[in-house]
Design a protein around this ligand. Structure first.
Ligand SMILES: [Zn+2]
Length: 172
């Protein structure tokens, strides 16, 4: 892990207080316009957005920079910044419903912020673990789930390296 992220210069940035929001975005951002060659998100006015029509109209322009957006880089390198862990018997009795809540909410967030994504959702050791590309998404999903299915929610931003760890559990 450490070795594979090193080429993006992340290992040194993770422990540091960040001045920019994302270690996967070059200092000062990309030149514009830029399009992610993997997910076709568009980078304009210093932010990423989904705009398929504009991307289609732009893609043959010689001044377009073809880059890999922070979310696609983190997914490729398996570098989650948020980890939401769900556990308890209640979870497994309502698994499909809970997965739907998370999927729907993630889709809603993605429409506004294409670099906030669920990286993977895996069942391990009686828990369901959801890894996200951005810290805030893990917290947000935990809160949305907890509003719909009251359980115990813990949000921990104190970890170093800086990952937002969110735990939710409900037993009955
Ligand atoms: Zn991308």
């Amino acid at each position: 892990m450490q070795r594979s992220v090193a080429k993006f210069g992340i290992s040194s940035k993770r422990g540091r207080t960040r001045t920019s929001n994302d270690p996967y975005l070059p200092e000062g951002g990309h030149k514009e316009p830029a399009i992610c060659k993997s997910c076709h998100a568009l980078y304009q006015q210093k932010r990423w957005l989904l705009d398929p029509h504009t991307v289609e109209a732009m893609q043959n322009r010689p001044d377009v920079q073809w880059v890999t957006c922070p979310a696609c880089q983190k997914i490729a390198e398996h570098y989650p910044e948020g980890i939401l862990t769900l556990s308890g018997d209640y979870l497994w009795n309502h698994e499909q419903e809970i997965r739907n809540i998370l999927d729907n909410e993630a889709e809603r967030v993605l429409a506004k912020n294409p670099t906030a994504r669920i990286m993977q959702m895996t069942a391990e050791d009686q828990s369901l673990v959801i890894e996200t590309t951005e810290q805030k998404l893990a917290e947000h999903l935990g809160r949305v789930l907890n509003r719909a299915h009251r359980g115990e929610l813990q949000v921990d931003w104190s970890g170093s390296p800086r990952i937002c760890r969110v735990n939710w559990e409900r037993w009955q």
